[in-house]
Every structure is written in C-alpha cells, then in structure tokens.
Design a protein around this ligand. Structure first.
Ligand code: KIV
Ligand code: ZN
Length: 496
C-alpha cells in the first residue's frame, strides 16, 4: 500500500472565509479534533498576517503533538523568520513558503520575470531551511502555469532543499485530466529525490475533489484539504471526499492515516464552531448523504445495503442510514419503520396503513415517527413522555440568568429552576434538574430559517447519554424555547 499524506488547511485556507473566524481556544479545539482524526499535517495559520494568527500557531504547537504543524509564508525573509518563531514549540514543524508562478502572477503581481521568480523561490527555500528541516514550497497558480516552466521551478526548489512541492490550482480552473497530466509531467520531468508532490485544489468549477484524486492517481502523495470543503469563494477540496474516495477504491492500493469513524463528528463540530451549515446533499457529511427517499432505493437498501450504498454510514461515524418516508416510499420502507417502532403488522394491515400513509404523504413532505404511530393507530404519548409545560427565563446584562421550567412527564407535573451563564444554559440546567440524567451536549447549532429578527430559529442538538448520541431538533420564534424543546426532543429518546 502507498501512503497518502493528509495536509489539513481548515485553520488557514478554510478559516479565511468571511464570518468563520475562530478564536485561539476554538482553533486549539479544532486542531485537537484533527489530531484525533489522524491528519498528518495541520496548517495552523499564516503567522505574519496578524498577532492572532501568530498566537494561534504558537498555542496549537503546544497543544498538539502527533501531526506536523505548518505555518504559511510568502517568499519573504521576514515572513519566514516570524513563522519559524511561531513554530518554536512544535514537536514536528514545517514552513510552507512560495510564490506565484503563472504569467498572470509574474507579470501583474510582481512585474517580474520567470528567471527572477525562480531565484526568489530558491532563496526562500534556502532561508526557511536555516530554521526547519521540513520545507514545503507552493507554486501559486500552478494550475495556470506552463508545465515546462513549472518543472524548472519544482526542480530548482527541490535542489534547494524542499521536501514537499505544492502544485495549487489556486483559481480552481483546471479540468481533472489537465491537472492529472500536470502532475504526471512533473513526475516524469523532475528528479524528485526525497521530495513529494502535493495537490491543493480549489472548488470554483466544482472539480476540487476530482482534480485532487487525479493528482494522486498521477503520483502526488500529499493532498491539501479542509473539513467540509470550507474555504474562500467556492472552497477547498473536502478532506472527507478525498479520503472516502481513496478508501472506497481499494484497487488503488493507497491508504491514509485517517480514522474515518471520526469524520462525521469532526465535520459537525467544525460546522458549528464556524457557524457554517453543511448543505444537506453534501457528499459524505450532508444530512441527506445516506438518506434514501425513493421507493425502489429504500426497498433495495432494506434488502441489502450494498444495493444502493457504496459507503457504510458507520464507517464515517454516522450510526444509521436514514430511510426518509415520503410519498415515494414503498411498503417495505413503511413496514421497516413500523418494526423499528415496535409495531408488527401482517400484509393486510400493512396495505391498509400504507393507503393512509400515501394520502398523508401527499399533503405532508416528510412523515415523522409520530405520524407513523398515528397512522398505525398507536397513541403517541409514549413517544413524547416529556412535554414542556412552561418556561420562564430572566436574562440580560448585569443580572443573573434564571430559568423556571415546568415539565409533564407521563402525566406527572414537575417544576425546576436553575441559573446559568446565559438563558439557554439556565433553561437546559433547569430541565436537567428534573430529568436527572448525566448528559453531555456534544453539538448545539442554532440557525435562522429565513432572514429578519422575527424569524423562526431552528435548533439542532446532539446529546450524549450513556455512551450514545441522541439527536434533538426543535424550531420556535424564541430560540431559548427552541433550545429547551430540542433538548426535550433528544431526552424523549433516552428517557424510557
Ligand atoms: O490556493 C493557493 O494557492 C494557496 C497557497 C497559498 C498555498 O492557498
Ligand atoms: Zn488555497
């Protein structure tokens, strides 16, 4: 098996997205999650760009020990000195320096010549080598750089000591065949000695994953990626897509160090920390990535997963494939859901329930478990043992946040109150004072459905109880109520 190195740039290229900036503590959390995921390199920031970035690289270097910590620079001595300083605590460190090599960059950005750019590239690599052994060079806009000239640049920086040479498709312009051919040209025309080539593809034309995989097929042995494909403009290559493409195609004989079971939790964590929702149909990590809604597919998946699923959702850390009941679902899917809800039916009963199901599904987009129970003539109360009777919260600045809550649990009334560091915290603590279970809130995401301050807030929550994750959801114009209802929604799944 050949080893493919995973270089994660969520905290550098990914974090450049407007509105997604993280503070140092959050960046450390992300870096630790990336370490647990098994990435080989973490690009922790661009140290000269701001004191915040510098500090984050310093703190991540202290907090994380397994992956190589990398700092970005331009081909400028001061940048390299500052990056070396920021990396001083890293156990394993790398400086990532480089310069634009396309005619667009040479002419319009630097007003320079090809020969001068090669000189600057060599100087930068040699300078970085004074500080660290591991130096990666990027040929910015390599996607639009003439291959012959690019090969000269790559050879020159390897001779100067570069251990990795990054071939970025900075503008996301290349076609997969073109990018693959570029990597092959370099492999064939450069003496690679102890260096490897790296892909760094952007998503402007939606081809980042295809381009990265083509790079790998043609000899690149490192891919630069971000979780959920976040990044400026249309984003970067998604870690999860490349890793699962490589893993699914065993015939490639290539392996990564990624613990794929951690992909989904890491993706959710980063989405919520960066306030960047994941599109529902996003490959691998989208809410619908494993949700089968057509009758034919549902029937097949229920008979054998391999009929319509190329990846076992459990392999990426998703506990179940979701069979979504809609007007297009068949009898098999409905029967399966009834069985999961503990209801056994014979063929006649199924036919009757199915008829009513189709009528309802014509009027309602998604059929919930409660709907199915009603259709089957079962009471729904046991599904919602816990109900929110009332919630009163006092919050603001300069006062204590206090919540009083009333719950109905299987017909018995309970009251509780608590203080917290905010209204949501107080409300959840008040509920927990009644529902006495050791729970940990693993994910908490508030999203507006539309725009405007009068909007409905949706709360998605993942609550860990007794080693399992329970999902809770609620929507309300009051986000504190939505949060309380989402917690109760999750609690109803584990409080029997
Ligand atoms: O897209 C790009 O070219 C980059 C480089 C700075 C590596 O992000
Ligand atoms: Zn980039």
């Amino acid at each position: 098996m050949d080893r493919l190195f995973i270089f994660d740039t969520t905290l550098r290229d990914g974090e450049q997205v407007p509105g997604c900036q993280l503070n140092t503590i959050e960046k450390i959390q992300v870096a630790q999650a990336l370490e647990a995921l098994g990435v080989d390199v973490i690009e922790a920031g661009f140290p000269i760009s701001s004191p915040g970035d510098f500090n984050s690289v310093v703190e991540i270097s202290k907090a994380v020990s397994e992956p190589i910590i990398c700092g970005l620079t331009r081909a400028v001595e001061k940048d390299i000195e500052v990056a070396a300083d920021a990396l001083k605590y890293a156990k394993r460190k790398r400086i990532h320096t480089g310069i634009g090599t396309s005619d667009y960059h040479i002419k319009y950005k630097f007003n320079s010549t090809q020969d001068e750019v090669i000189e600057r590239a060599i100087k930068a690599v040699k300078y970085a080598k004074r500080y660290v052994e591991d130096v990666e060079f990027y040929a910015e806009d390599a996607g639009r750089t003439d291959n012959e000239y690019l090969a000269k640049v790559v050879q020159a920086v390897i001779n100067a000591g570069a251990t990795v040479v990054n071939i970025p498709d900075t503008t996301g312009y290349c076609l997969p065949t073109e990018y693959g051919a570029k990597i092959k040209y370099l492999i064939d025309h450069v003496d690679m000695k102890n260096a490897i080539l790296s892909t760094h593809c952007h998503q402007d034309l939606g081809m980042a994953t295809a381009n990265s995989v083509m790079g790998v097929l043609n000899g690149a042995r490192q891919v630069e990626v971000t979780i959920n494909g976040i990044g400026e403009r249309a984003g970067n290559t998604s870690l999860e897509e490349v890793v699962m493409a490589i893993k699914s195609h065993k015939e490639l004989n290539i392996e990564t160090n990624i613990n794929t079971k951690k992909i989904y939790p890491t993706s959710r964590m980063i989405s919520s920390l960066m306030n960047m929702p994941i599109q529902p149909n996003k490959a691998i990590v989208g809410r619908n990535a494993f949700a089968h809604s057509s009758g034919i597919h549902q029937d097949g998946v229920l008979k054998n997963l391999s009929t319509y699923e190329i990846i076992d959702p459990k392999d990426v850390g998703i506990e179940d494939n979701a069979i979504v009941l809609t007007a297009r679902s068949g009898r098999a899917a409905l029967k399966n859901r009834l069985n999961l809800l503990g209801i056994e039916v014979d063929d006649d009963q199924l036919a009757e329930i199915y008829q009513r199901f189709l009528e309802l599904a014509d009027r309602k987009k998604d059929i919930t478990d409660e709907d199915v129970l009603i259709l089957a003539g079962h009471k729904t109360d046991h599904m919602r043992r816990i109900k929110l009777e009332y919630l009163q919260v006092t919050s603001g600045v300069g006062i204590r946040n206090i919540a009083n809550v009333g719950l109905d649990i299987a017909g018995v009334k309970f009251e509780g109150s608590a203080t917290g560091n905010g209204p949501v915290d107080a409300a959840l603590k008040a509920i927990k004072s009644i529902v006495k279970r050791e729970t940990v809130l693993q994910e908490f995401l508030i999203q507006a459905i539309n725009r405007g301050s009068d909007d409905v807030g949706k709360v998605h929550m993942q609550v860990e109880y007794d080693g399992r994750i329970y999902y809770g959801f609620a929507a309300h114009t009051d986000i504190v109520v939505a949060s309380a209802e989402a917690f109760i929604n999750a609690a109803n799944k584990f409080v029997k």
